[in-house]
Structures are given as structure tokens and as C-alpha cells.
Design a protein around this ligand. Structure first.
Ligand code: SF4
Ligand code: SF4
Length: 278
């Protein structure tokens, strides 16, 4: 099994899955029914033994609770990371609504998340079938993600953290760099979702076409203006607490869905790298 085959499995899955279409049952506006949730994924690959993973254990990056690829799977050779960009229909719907998330975005966030999990399981199954042990860290029982401060994590209170971070993995795999809004700006933009797998399958790592963590962000401030609750500022970046409070409000209002994503639309990094957009 090679990179081409891995990518092909994912592309076929996303292209052909009935769950990649917005369904009537979601009660979405008729013009959205039948539209795609995601466009084709883009992929990045990183060596599981890469020393850069040690950086993620530093307190100012993630912290000592971050588990490196070989802590998830001792025989790991490669980390596979991918980005699923939201379709134009999903992004356009959220551009129109100024404060609350659009129906298309809510479906993209919740049904889209289910599809992302299915894609991860599909890739895991195929790579295992080819004879290589593989783990999806975010679906493993050892995975955790916290929003409330926990006192004794690495000896200091930490909140809004996890022991595996899709965006950091994507950054190390060459997929993109961080924006002011804390999303990751890729060649397909910032609006979308990330996933990753750790595997024994040996695949050539990608070169990272950047040297600093925020190389693609121009600090234009468009995401600052977009945020309905002023959770982003040029000086301090994103306040996860304020953002979390707003997301909880959307969860109450749109139960069983939630989401916002205003900082990912109507911005120069929405669908590409600012300055490099077609
Ligand atoms: S909108 Fe501008 S400041 Fe915000 S993340 Fe994108 S490029 Fe950076
Ligand atoms: S997701 Fe919404 S609330 Fe959170 S930072 Fe982005 S625009 Fe603000």
C-alpha cells in the first residue's frame, strides 16, 4: 500500500458516500438538500519518530500530557493527517448569516463529524487489512479532550487541551500553519475538519513548506470582525473560554446540533492561503 492508494480510498469514500450529502431529514432549507458537506480531502504525512513531536510536549505548545505517535503505537512509522474542506454550499450558507450558525454549517459540524469518523475507520480498516497495525488516536479509549481547567495536569492548571491535537499534527505534516483564530490555514483554506491516523505503514514524509507556526496568517483582522462575541483580538489571539460559552449557547438553541465558524468564513483565509488565492 502506498500514498496514492491511501489518498484514493479517502477520495472515493468522500465522493461516493451518501452521508456526504445534506439530507432532507436534517430539515435544512431546500436549496441545501443534496449539496455536498465536504470537498475532496488533502493529505500530509509525517515520520512517527520525528523529533518535532517532542516540541508538542512543551507547556507553551500543548504540554506533557500530549502523547507522541509511538506512545499511541510503539511500532508506528508514519502519521497520516488530512483536511476535509467544507463545500462551497456549506461555507456560503454561513457567510450569509451574521450571528448564528447557518443550517448548512450546523449540519457540516455534526453530520460532517460523523462522516469524518467513518472516513477514519475506513482508512484504518483498509491499512490494517494490508497488514499494518494502525490507530486513530481520537477514537482510542486513551484519548481525552478537556475544556474545564484540571489542576494537576503537568503540575499546572490547564484547560481547552487534549492529548492529541489534529491541528498540530496537520501543521507538522506540512498541511498548513495556524491563524489568529487558532484554525489551521491550508492550501484549501481554514474552513473544514482535520483527522489523523498513526500507522506501521511506512510512507515518505512531506516537506513542511514553512518555518514558523503562523506563516500563512497575514494578521489582517478579518476573523476579529467576524466573531459575534469578540473572542478574537490581534493582540491576544483567541479566547477559548468566550468562544466556548458561545458554542454552548448554539448547542442550546440548535440542539442536537451546535457550531459557529464565523471566523472561518468571509475571511481571506476561508478557501486558500491569503495572497495565494485564485
Ligand atoms: S482572517 Fe486574517 S488574521 Fe484571521 S486567521 Fe485569517 S489571515 Fe489570519
Ligand atoms: S467559532 Fe465563533 S465564537 Fe468561536 S472564535 Fe470563531 S467566530 Fe468567535
Amino acid at each position: 500500500m502506498d500514498k496514492k492508494e491511501v489518498i484514493q480510498i479517502a477520495e472515493d469514500f468522500i465522493e461516493n458516500s451518501a452521508d456526504n450529502r445534506i439530507k432532507m431529514e436534517s430539515k435544512a432549507p431546500s436549496e441545501l438538500v443534496g449539496e455536498k458537506i465536504y470537498d475532496a480531502p488533502i493529505f500530509g504525512f509525517c515520520e512517527a519518530s520525528d523529533e518535532v513531536f517532542a516540541i508538542l510536549k512543551e507547556p507553551e505548545v500543548i504540554g506533557c500530557h500530549f502523547r507522541s505517535p509511538r506512545e499511541w503505537l510503539p511500532t508506528a512509522q508514519t502519521v497520516i493527517s488530512f483536511f476535509l474542506p467544507y463545500s462551497e454550499a456549506v461555507k456560503a450558507s454561513n457567510r450569509e448569516q451574521k450571528i448564528w450558525p447557518s443550517w448548512g454549517w450546523l449540519v457540516g459540524r455534526v453530520e460532517g463529524h460523523r462522516l469524518l469518523r467513518s472516513l477514519l475507520l475506513q482508512l484504518e480498516m483498509n491499512i490494517k487489512k494490508a497488514g499494518y497495525a494502525t490507530i486513530v488516536p481520537t477514537l482510542d479509549k486513551k484519548f481525552f479532550s478537556i475544556t474545564e481547567p484540571i489542576e494537576e495536569l503537568c503540575g499546572e492548571p490547564l484547560a481547552f487541551t487534549s492529548n492529541w491535537s489534529e491541528r498540530h499534527i496537520a501543521y507538522l505534516s506540512g498541511l498548513g500553519t495556524f491563524g489568529l483564530s487558532k484554525g489551521l490555514i491550508t492550501e484549501k483554506g481554514i474552513a473544514g475538519r482535520f483527522g489523523s491516523l498513526v500507522t506501521e505503514l511506512q510512507l515518505e514524509p512531506n516537506q513542511r513548506p514553512y518555518e514558523i507556526y503562523n506563516a500563512y496568517c497575514t494578521k489582517c483582522g478579518a476573523c476579529v470582525k467576524q466573531c459575534p462575541v469578540k473572542a478574537i483580538s490581534i493582540e491576544k489571539g483567541k479566547d477559548h473560554r468566550l468562544c466556548g460559552i458561545f458554542l454552548d449557547k448554539t448547542a442550546e438553541k440548535f440542539k442536537p446540533r451546535y457550531g459557529c465558524g464565523k471566523c472561518q468564513v468571509n475571511v481571506p483565509c476561508e478557501s486558500g492561503i491569503p495572497g495565494q488565492n485564485k
